[in-house]
Design a protein. Structure first.
Length: 445
């Protein structure tokens, strides 16, 4: 259940699932126009951290408790509060961290936080109520609770030195495994499970080791790792019961083909410093990951690198940058990526100077696999075609626009800073008689 991460693309399913599938185009940032003008009582909108969907309804959680919501499969985002702004505090004590977000129905969303709380909303994110998990009996590091979804009712989660399971969406639960082999300084700090729940990996912090099960937690084997970088920020992603990927905090990607009992290091993308801390795999072969790429972003201390998103169609052995629509100077800082199916590839985090100065860099990006995308800013009625040539082409009038398109439904509203940072190409001209209506295949201006 890849319900903890985030991204969108409108790409044909047959192409996506092909073993030679690839993404030729790039990302488009969203305008998060959800700020409350009454700044006396608002909680700052920071970067979104996690995202999840149920049908066409999506939810994204911001750093300081802000909930974003989409009703159209991620094509637009608003605040989830009843007044349509995105800075309504969801009622959690600020000391608790949110690790997992689950969209259970169109109007039902749940967040699992440290402090042993399951926080639920039954009204589309307008308000939340917290359920303290009294059945959790762990005695150390009780604020480090991570979880994995098996289905809408069944979840596995850790707390200190125990692995738990709930079969009724955290209303009740029981101990699956007590990690008595941990010494006084060790604790369970992260976990992951395959979709079936058969394969489970528990990360043991302060030891660079894991506990691995291939029988749904009935027994575990302790495995000492040959590499470092195990912490609460380590990313683990099961692609199947056997194939699992681990992204260490030192920037290396590792792969296991036996459910986590052994690991091999994978190559990083060309012209990159190292992997960042976000990845998501659709299946054993197709996945996305973030890496620090040379030659992008701003120059800092004579080093010019910025996060960019890469795609693999061969299980991580080679990578292709998914970047055609992002200007080289544009800064990206991804909190997480989301690769759920053919219709949903997203990235959440920070973009450049932010979509609005009041948003503190909050940004959601959607992947667009087409030859180009129609964009405009909220400050102007001008519509541009952003093409695969990396240039911005102004469509000067309605007659030109309607010679290529039937309506304005596909026009994306993006930050003005994004448009201002792009190089300008020639203006679009009306479609000539007999030419295809696919503007990206013509571009003869």
């Amino acid at each position: 259940m890849k319900l903890q991460k985030f991204i969108i693309a409108l790409i044909a399913l047959a192409v996506l699932l092909s073993p030679t599938a690839s993404f030729a185009q790039g990302w488009v940032p969203f305008l998060l126009d959800v700020i409350d003008e009454d700044l006396d009582d608002y909680y700052p909108l920071k970067e979104p951290k996690v995202i999840d969907f149920y049908g066409n309804v999506g939810y994204a959680l911001g750093d300081d408790g802000t909930m974003y919501k989409s009703l159209d499969n991620g094509k637009s985002w608003i605040g989830a509060s009843d007044d349509g702004v995105g800075n309504t505090w969801i009622g959690l004590t600020s000391q608790w961290a949110i690790y997992n977000l689950y969209a259970l129905a169109e109007n039902t969303v749940m967040m699992i936080s440290s402090g042993r709380y399951a926080n639920k909303s039954d009204n589309g994110g307008l308000s939340f109520y917290s359920n303290y998990l009294e059945y959790v009996i762990s005695t150390k590091y009780s604020w480090l609770m991570k979880s994995a979804q098996i289905n809408n009712e069944e979840y596995l989660f850790i707390d200190g030195d125990h692995l738990y399971k709930t079969n009724d969406t955290f209303e009740t639960g029981y101990v699956v495994y007590n990690a008595t082999e941990l010494d006084s300084n060790e604790y369970l700090c992260d976990m992951a499970a395959s979709d079936s729940g058969k394969s489970i990996i528990l990360l043991v912090c302060n030891s660079d080791s894991t506990l691995v099960s291939d029988n749904a937690g009935k027994t575990f084997t302790r495995k000492e790792l040959s590499f470092h970088g195990i912490s609460t920020s380590t990313e683990i992603n099961f692609a199947s019961d056997k194939v699992v990927y681990m992204l260490s905090t030192t920037g290396e990607l590792y792969k296991s083909i036996d459910g986590g009992f052994s690991w091999g290091i994978m190559p990083k993308p060309n012209n990159t410093l190292r992997f960042a801390d976000s990845m998501d795999f659709l299946d054993e072969q197709n996945g996305i990951a973030v890496a620090y790429s040379y030659g992008y972003g701003q120059v800092v201390f004579d080093l010019q690198t910025s996060e960019r998103i890469f795609f693999t169609s061969n299980g991580g052995y080679s990578w292709t940058m998914m970047n055609a629509f992002i200007p080289n100077e544009f800064e990206l800082s991804n909190q997480s990526v989301y690769y759920d199916n053919a219709d949903r590839l997203f990235a959440v985090g920070g973009c450049d100077d932010g979509t609005d100065s009041k948003l503190n860099g909050a940004c959601i990006l959607r992947y667009n696999p087409a030859d180009g995308v129609l964009i405009k800013s909220a400050e102007s009625k001008k519509v541009y075609y952003s093409g695969k040539d990396g240039l911005l082409h102004w469509i000067p009038n309605e007659s030109t626009f309607y010679s290529w398109y039937d309506n304005f439904n596909s026009v994306e509203t993006v930050p003005k800073t994004y448009i201002d940072s792009m190089n300008i190409g020639n203006e679009a001209i009306p479609r000539r008689s007999g030419e295809t209506k696919n503007i990206g295949k013509v571009m003869n201006w």
